[in-house]
Ligand binder design. Structure first.
Ligand SMILES: NC(=O)c1ccc[n+]([C@@H]2O[C@H](COP(=O)([O-])OP(=O)(O)OC[C@H]3O[C@@H](n4cnc5c(N)ncnc54)[C@H](OP(=O)(O)O)[C@@H]3O)[C@@H](O)[C@H]2O)c1
Length: 188
């Protein structure tokens, strides 16, 4: 916070539930419990307004809940048209954890998808705007990235787009190459 010149942080997350060095003997469970306790203290002191996690699947959240006193406000997971992590979505909805969708453009893959372009053309919108509208319709909080000023501006024009039930289903089930990460097997 000193480096950022801030008195408090809006949101602070645990980025990954079980980095490779912590997988042996499930060391990640104790580590997450300890880190979460420290984050809870900072939250209670008002130094962090909301605390959350990222890439946590139901079994990682179950482990966290063995000791957690504060429920994560957010779980930031990969969610996009074609990448719908049903189990984690259902779990987080039941617990009232906001799903923040990282990679909402399929990390760029969606821009080559004919089906998404067709829906975009029908609404007179861009593929990016349709992807964000889908995310909002699912009640995810999309976390899009662009380094291009004009794209950042036009991506903001994603509100008030009414997607039909059929269009939402097409987007949900579209076939993509890069799916959800295999969290427990990643090489880091
Ligand atoms: N928690 C995690 O483990 C995790 C993992 C990965 C990413 N993230 C976060 O999620 C955020 C987004 O993820 P991401 O960057 O991987 O994927 P993304 O937002 O799905 O896609 C980004 C790509 O889309 C392009 N793009 C954006 N708007 C566009 C438009 N209107 N037209 C055409 N292309 C457009 C960008 O190009 P330009 O930039 O060249 O415009 C970039 O190549 C990042 O900020 C990152 O911090 C979190």
């Amino acid at each position: 916070m000193e480096k950022l010149g801030l008195d408090y942080l809006d949101l602070y997350l645990i980025h990954w539930p079980n980095p490779k060095p912590l997988r042996e003997n499930d060391k990640w469970k104790t580590r997450n419990a300890e880190v979460w306790r420290a984050m809870e203290d900072l939250y209670k002191e008002g130094k962090i307004r909301a605390i959350g996690v990222s890439n946590f699947l139901p079994h990682h959240l179950d482990a966290l809940f063995e000791t957690a006193r504060v429920i994560p406000a957010v779980n930031q997971v990969r969610l996009a048209p074609g990448v719908y992590q049903e189990e984690v979505v259902t779990y987080c909805r039941e617990k009232g954890i906001l799903l923040e969708a990282w990679g909402p453009f399929g990390q760029g893959e969606l821009f080559d998808k004919k089906e998404v372009q067709e829906i975009a053309d029908k609404h007179g919108k861009s593929v990016a705007q349709i992807a964000l509208a889908w995310s909002l319709a699912e009640e995810f909080l999309p976390l899009p990235k662009s380094v291009t000023a004009s794209r950042i501006k036009s991506n903001l024009d994603c509100f008030g787009i009414e997607l039909s039930k059929e269009e939402r289903e097409v987007l949900k089930t579209i076939s993509v190459i890069s799916g959800a990460p295999r969290v427990d097997e990643m090489d880091f």
